[in-house]
Design a protein around this ligand. Structure first.
Ligand code: CP3
Length: 350
């Protein structure tokens, strides 16, 4: 690939190239653990304003970039952001989390979903991604992201964050046709959304199927995997070489199945040993992760040792360093700074 020479580190690693050091970024690296974010949130209390007003979303996306220079800069947004574009309205309420205005429970509601036109319903995404590319140049890689159909369906159908997923599982296990119709429509919209983010300048895209680990493997094969694959197949038909990452929380029971989605990189959560994940996935598969976000509450000596251990287990090819899920609220910012600095120098400790 001729353009590879100037491409940023994380993008080259995500393409499977041999790189000079393992790149590092953090899921949820913009957000509430940062004081500068909390201060801005007081001024702009609406999550949808912060994520849909491009000036604010750009400023927030760049907060961790200015503080820590991660190798990846992820746009500030939410997996729910595209839902109003298919006729599903939402808000994110302080201390309650996501709230769907009119949760999807019937076939009539699925039929009433609107056609997705990302240029029209999500014009701010174009400004955000274009500007992030201009701001970071080749010094970092701009990441886009989407929610996978199962996880988006969990919010749209439950209506909020859920503990037991009883409403969506009731639909899955008693009226599966309605759920399959919904998942199919969401998958097609999300595939369009990924392509739109690519057109707007995203260089790597992570698909979050955060709650697919709540399914037993036999149900994962019916309700999660086919729709992840439908998104990946549609994107790859247009952009065959574009790097896609898949993340699932609690994925130990479905790790090999994740690879069947056709993504390029598996983001491993922290409940798995990285060496075992490598073994199970085979040496061709690229991996991301997988340090316990709780490690950042530990001493810096502990953090350093865990980074070295993870780097050794992952090896020096095909690895993007990251946490095993999003950075937690309350994490000391100095430990985040220490994490990035240590990851960038990890070679000297190996
Ligand atoms: O990584 C980044 O810096 C980008 C930020 C980002 C947000 N949401 C901003 C946000 C990302 C990548 C997401 C994705 C997302 N949203 C996921 C998948 C990632 C994962 O953690 O598994 C999920 C499941 C959601 C749905 C969602 N949105 C939840 C569960 C919450 C938290 C509710 C709460 O109050 O704890 C949100 C709200 C949200 N999205 C916040 C942020 C920074 C917190 C609210 C706020 O800052 O006011």
């Amino acid at each position: 690939m001729s353009e590879s020479k100037n491409a940023p580190l994380l993008l080259r690693a995500a393409r499977g190239e041999k790189v000079e050091r393992t790149p590092v970024w953090m899921m949820r690296q913009a957000g509430r653990y940062m004081k500068i974010y909390r201060d801005l949130r007081e001024k702009y209390p609406s999550f949808r304003d912060r994520s849909e007003n491009p000036d604010l979303a750009i400023e927030i996306s760049l907060q961790p970039w200015h503080a820590f220079q991660p190798d990846g800069v992820i746009m500030f947004s939410d997996i729910l952001t595209p839902l109003p574009g298919i006729g599903i309205d939402f808000d994110i309420i302080e201390s309650k989390g996501p709230q769907i205005t009119d949760p999807i429970r019937t076939q009539a509601q699925v039929d009433a979903m609107t056609d997705f036109n990302p240029e029209e319903s999500l014009p701010f995404i174009k400004t955000i991604l274009n500007t992030l590319r201009d701001e970071v140049g080749d010094a970092s890689t701009v990441l886009g992201f989407v929610g996978a159909p199962w996880t988006l369906a969990a919010y749209a159908i439950e209506g909020k964050s859920s503990k037991n997923y009883s409403v969506i599982k009731n639909m899955a296990f008693s009226e599966p046709a309605i759920l399959h119709n919904f998942l199919g429509k969401v998958a097609d919209a999300i595939a369009q959304y990924v392509c739109y983010q690519i057109d707007c300048g995203a260089q790597v895209i992570q698909m979050f199927d955060s709650w697919a680990g709540q399914l037993s493997p036999q149900d994962y094969d019916i309700f999660a995997l086919p729709y992840q694959k439908r998104v990946v197949d549609k994107v790859k038909a247009i952009h065959p070489d574009f790097p896609l990452i898949l993340y699932i929380s609690g994925s130990a029971g479905v790790l090999e199945r994740m690879a069947k989605s056709g993504v390029d990189i598996i983001s491993v959560d922290w409940t798995m040993d990285m060496a075992e994940a490598r073994q199970r996935l085979g040496k061709e598969m690229l991996v991301q992760g997988n340090i316990d976000p709780g490690v950042l509450f530990g001493s810096q000596e502990f953090i350093k040792n865990r980074i070295i251990d993870t780097a050794r287990k992952a090896g020096n090819w095909g690895h993007i360093m990251n946490l095993g899920h999003g950075v937690l609220v309350g994490t000391p910012e100095d430990n985040v700074r220490f994490f990035f600095e240590t990851c960038k120098n990890v070679q000297s400790f190996l």
